[in-house]
Design a protein around this ligand. Sequence first.
Ligand code: IDP
Ligand code: MG
Length: 138
Amino acid sequence: MNKTLSIIKPDATSRNITGAINSIIEKEGIKIIAQKRIKLSKEQASEFYKIHEDKPFFNDLIEYMTSGAVIVQVLQGDDVINKYREIMGATNPEKAKEGTIRKKFALSIQENAVHGSDSSENAGNEINFFFKENEIIT
Ligand code: IDP
Ligand code: MG
């Protein structure tokens, strides 16, 4: 699997830093092979984050993810699932390494600028969740 799903989250779209994030992605040699700007419904966000439905932060997460526009995108590259997770940095920006997207741009553990799939299986499912096959131009 050389593809992953990325989401540029509402805190980042509202601050007009989607281009800055895409620039970091492209400088790492990763290709953005599909991209669209959408607003998630509560149903979509709840389905997407279903694995977190029992967590104490779930309701806040759904509120936040539906609070504004997101950019959903398919990224392609060698070992891109792991590579993008590294470029993103840790979930909590206080723990994110220097030079990562979250270190640079995240506002908090919740408003942390980006999402990236965490396994091959999830990448496949998450890409299919947002994109039809003919919307992904390799
Ligand atoms: P990840 O995005 O780094 O994979 P996950 O643990 O899968 O992190 O959590 C999904 C999203 O839920 C995070 O990116 C963040 O927006 C939010 N989140 C995770 N943990 C917390 C928390 O402890 N408090 C508030 N929000 C959280
Ligand atoms: Mg996750």
